[in-house]
Design a protein around this ligand. Structure first.
Ligand SMILES: [Zn+2]
Length: 298
């Protein structure tokens, strides 16, 4: 932990060195240090507020419920109660001994069951690439990155099968400049609002085919070859369009060692460029991905 006293000592010493250093940049430096320490030590050394001083926080994570849409055929999210707190008066269930841990106190806990690609989640390179790394091996420095948002929501509303193209990227760059180095490039298709309407998120037709936007595989090829990106993001269940049967966006991105974050929320509240995002990826050994807490600030 960084105590307030330690912080003011750091300020004093830095301000003695260079009176022009802003407090905000000190916070950013301290935050980056704390995150790096946390990577080597499971006891978190990162005070959450440090890198966020003066910034607006945005939660890019959907609340995960048992009704959250999943890829057709994938297991739904299940949460089974194992033990309830005494105050709720519930039963202790089949593992009742867990509900009473010393002194008669009891604890509330559940068992979770889900596919790895459930809710707001990460796809590790291994998900679509035989020699890609698994989720626990993604370097922590690659999980705190600039995020660039390319908005195709107007077009996606009119054409649910539209794809984000190379031309969309070049158009974006004429307005905002070249995509930031080591960035996560996210497609905002306005899809998160569809969670409020039953069936609208997966948007399946009578034959079960999904009609949802995604990245054109050619655009992904351009991003991995001609730009310095680390990851792709989408507000749909997949970085590929729902109608794709060849999954070219996955193959081009994950096959190039990039990762993907899918079912992102609230992308429309972020600036097109200038925000940073932290992907709270899981660390189960050998995993192909998993649910994440994704938090951005700007
Ligand atoms: Zn996935």
């Amino acid at each position: 932990m960084c105590s307030p006293r330690l912080l003011s000592q750091v300020y004093e010493s830095i301000e003695r060195e260079d009176r022009k250093v802003s407090r905000r940049s000190i916070f950013a430096a301290l935050g980056a240090t704390a995150l790096a320490v946390g990577a080597q030590n499971t006891a978190s050394a990162a005070p959450a507020a440090l890198p966020l001083n003066g910034s607006t926080l945005v939660d890019l994570t959907h609340v995960l419920t048992t009704n959250f849409p999943v890829w057709p055929g994938a297991p739904s999210f299940e949460m089974k109660n194992l033990a309830r707190t005494a105050s709720t008066g519930g039963s202790l269930g089949s593992l009742g001994s867990l509900g009473s841990l010393g002194g008669g106190s009891s604890f509330y806990l559940n068992e979770l069951r889900m596919g790895e690609h459930t809710g707001t989640h990460i796809d590790a390179p291994a998900h679509a690439s035989a020699d890609g790394i698994t989720v626990e091996k993604i370097p922590v420095a690659d999980l705190v990155v600039p995020i660039a948002i390319i908005d195709i929501s107007v077009r996606a509303e009119a054409d649910n099968n539209t794809v984000l193209t190379r031309a969309d990227i070049l158009d974006w760059e004429t307005v905002h400049g070249m995509l930031p180095s080591r960035s996560l490039v996210a497609m905002n298709s306005g899809w998160d609002a569809r969670l409020r309407v039953d069936g609208a998120f997966t948007n399946q037709d009578a034959l079960g085919r999904q009609h949802t936007p995604g990245f054109d595989p050619d655009a992904v090829d351009f991003l991995v070859r001609e730009r310095d990106i680390l990851a792709l993001g989408s507000d749909t269940l997949s970085i590929d369009a729902g109608r794709s049967t060849t999954y070219g966006a996955h193959r081009n991105a994950l096959g190039s060692g990039k990762y993907a974050v899918e079912a992102l929320a609230n992308l429309s509240t972020l600036p097109a460029v200038g925000a940073t995002v932290m992907i709270g990826a899981p660390t189960h050994a050998g995993g192909s991905g998993g649910p994440c807490r994704v938090i951005a600030w700007h």
